[in-house]
Design a binder for this molecule. Structure first.
Ligand code: PSV
Ligand code: MN
Ligand code: MN
Length: 386
């Protein structure tokens, strides 16, 4: 296979998971703007996700958030997905929206609240059994706002105990993906604030526990690709929640704020063998002011472009320059790949996959946006920002 053919083959097998909540109305704590035609239930979210997959060819799975996507029959929901060429992806738990969780969930000082939270996590594993989902994605809003509010060490013990119970419940082919986030909603001490804390818990739990890197969850200036390289080396990178940020957890379209960072991350993924393995490439975004389906299509394309550029890095030349201590030469090899216009290559890839080379244009011409505005009245608000 020529090098170009190998790059194209890798791009054709890439899979980006889209989040159900990105299809619904969302906003900030100041205002949720209602858009016309948004899904009224989880099935309609899948209908929209099917359009993203139809026009990109690389978005075959959809992440659910429980209870935002609560239904009576999850097996039927999985069939609804299958009928549209999709599968259900990660099940995201939600231990942050009930009044009971004011002081935390699995780290709460009251054992009764911790029980409620763990029961929810176990319920999510039950949903995975019904949907065929492989990954339970855990994000805890737990933390404290004031020094002395609670015992930081005791909270870690409670967290470990809860995670261990859920880990035991996982099936052989199921994983637990633990997400970290520097701050928000807690402003003094978050209980899983960084990759080190997540890694330490996952290491103790065992091979089915891995870390999720949400690209919007770090302090400004953090070298995320270093974290990615380290977690891959330790076989603890479970996946990504991709989005981009200018300030904090902005949840904007991935690749919008810093396409160079996304390229550097994808380069380390490829360098560490993560493109063909079990790393889940998920989006975690909110489209507050822009049209949602095209924004998700654009996001998938941004991931593809960063991946294509990272695949084009001349690794033998880079290796040679690095070994020779050629600082500028090595940097130039990386920058050459980043500066390549990969859009013609991706158009070719899409044509070879039987797709329209222009997914944004094809979606706009499809009439789907007009159809859902006409047919769906009273669309659902996503849970986030509610
Ligand atoms: C938290 O900020 C987070 O990134 C977690 O992944 C949640 O599940 C998701 O946002 C909800 O939008
Ligand atoms: Mn996330
Ligand atoms: Mn987030």
């Amino acid at each position: 296979m020529t090098e170009r053919a190998a790059v194209k083959a890798a791009l054709k097998t890439q899979a980006v998971e889209t989040p159900s909540w990105a299809y619904g109305n969302s906003g900030t704590r100041f205002k949720v703007f209602a858009q016309q035609g948004v899904p009224r239930d989880p099935r309609e979210k899948l209908d929209d996700a099917a359009k993203v997959h139809e026009f990109t060819g690389v978005a075959p799975t959809v992440a659910l958030h429980i209870p935002w996507d609560k239904v009576d029959d999850y097996a039927a929901l999985a069939r609804h997905a299958e009928d549209r060429g999709l599968r259900l992806g990660a099940i995201n738990s939600n231990t942050f929206q009930d009044d009971a969780y004011r002081l935390g969930s699995v780290c709460h000082p009251d054992a009764a609240v911790r029980r409620k939270a763990v029961d929810h996590l176990l319920e999510c594993v039950g949903i995975m059994d019904a949907t065929g989902s492989k990954d339970l994605k855990l994000w805890f809003a737990d933390g404290t706002n004031y020094p002395g509010q609670d015992d930081i060490r005791a909270r870690q013990d409670r967290l470990a105990e809860a995670l261990a119970e859920v880990y035991e419940r996982l099936g052989d082919d199921q994983r637990m993906l633990l997400e970290y986030k520097l701050f928000e909603p807690a402003f003094y001490a978050t209980d899983v604030p960084d990759w080190g804390t997540a890694y330490a818990h996952c290491l103790k739990l065992g091979p089915k526990a891995q870390v999720v890197v949400d690209t919007g969850h770090h302090a400004p200036g953090t070298n995320i690709e270093f974290i990615v390289a380290t977690l891959l080396r330790e076989e603890k990178l479970g996946g990504f929640d991709f989005n981009s940020r200018f300030y904090a957890d902005d949840d904007l379209m991935v690749g919008a704020a810093d396409p160079f960072q996304l390229f550097r991350i994808m380069y380390e993924v490829i360098r560490g063998g993560g493109l063909s393995g079990d790393v889940a490439f998920m989006l975690d975004q909110c489209h507050n002011v822009e049209a949602k389906i095209p924004a998700i299509i654009r996001s998938v394309m941004n991931v593809q472009e960063a991946t294509a550029k990272a695949l084009l890095v001349d690794r033998p030349a880079l290796d040679e320059a690095q070994r020779a201590g050629d600082v500028l030469g090595a940097n130039a090899v990386l920058m050459d790949a980043f500066s390549t216009d990969v859009r013609p290559l991706l158009r070719e890839v899409r044509e070879e996959m039987g797709l329209d080379p222009d997914p944004m244009g094809a979606y706009a011409r499809s009439g789907w946006a007009e159809k859902i505005v006409a047919e769906r009245v009273g669309g659902q608000q996503a849970g986030w920002g509610a």
